[in-house]
Design a protein around this ligand. Structure first.
Ligand code: ZN
Ligand code: ZN
Length: 236
């Protein structure tokens, strides 16, 4: 496919200069200083991966008062600059080599964390086919492919599909997001794994991943996690 070809060319042409600041980057996409400045999600809720200011807490208030459908969640970074611009660059400027780079950082932080790997299969959060055709790729699939290769897990990209293009979630409150997503996905029961992680580039409010986790759980998946490169902080 064309995008695979572009990706392989891009990854061979590793820029000599940092994508963020333009300084020398020695065989990497970012210079040492910019790489060190990435906002790691070191302290996070084990259930929804939202950033927790208290370093010893393991669950956020939301997950304590109303446990979400997923069993666990992991994010490598908080969704803040400069991670936000790297993810936007991947999606909107077709910088596909960033998918491998970000997936590698995800795996590094995961193995350095205490998060146990309790899944054997990764499922990328699907894009609507129309949107995927326009973009040429689904960033979640590109990320999941690399993570599954690094961690020796399988990837099942075909078991979830978007039935209809949902209007953009941006600007909608939690209730409107839920309504917007109702009935938006189809699943192929014959391909469902027992223990899986849904993979996405960024989780903002978590409405999409919760909807998908509920769907998987309702159809017999025993253990569902949500893995993302970045997780937005709780509002306020
Ligand atoms: Zn830099
Ligand atoms: Zn939580």
């Amino acid at each position: 496919m064309v995008y695979n070809w572009i990706n392989s060319i891009q990854s061979r042409l590793t820029p000599a200069f940092c994508l963020l600041c333009g300084h020398a980057a020695e065989q990497d996409l970012l210079c040492h200083t910019c790489r060190e400045s990435l906002p790691l999600a070191e302290s996070r809720c084990q259930r929804c991966a939202v950033y927790l200011p208290a370093p010893n807490a393991s669950l956020c208030g939301h997950c304590i008062s109303k446990p979400p459908p997923q069993d666990a969640a992991y994010a490598a970074f908080r969704y803040r600059p400069p991670v936000r611009s790297l993810l936007q660059d991947l999606k909107y400027n077709h910088r596909l080599h960033l998918a491998n780079w970000l997936a590698d950082r995800f795996c590094e932080t995961l193995s350095a964390s205490r998060h146990p790997i309790q899944v054997d299969c990764l499922i990328p959060v699907p894009l609507h086919p129309g949107r995927q055709r326009l973009r040429g790729f689904n960033q979640a699939t590109e990320l999941a492919r690399r993570i599954s290769r690094n961690l020796k897990l399988t990837m099942e990209a075909g078991c979830l599909q978007r039935r209809r293009a949902t209007p953009k979630q941006t600007g909608l409150d939690m209730h409107a997001r839920k309504q917007n997503l109702r009935g938006a996905f189809d699943l192929d029961k014959s391909r469902l794994p027992e223990r899986c992680a849904l993979v996405d580039d960024v989780v903002t409010t978590g409405a999409t991943s919760r909807e998908l986790a509920t769907l998987l759980k309702n159809n017999g998946v025993k253990h569902v996690e949500i893995w993302s490169i970045a997780r937005a902080d709780a509002p306020g």
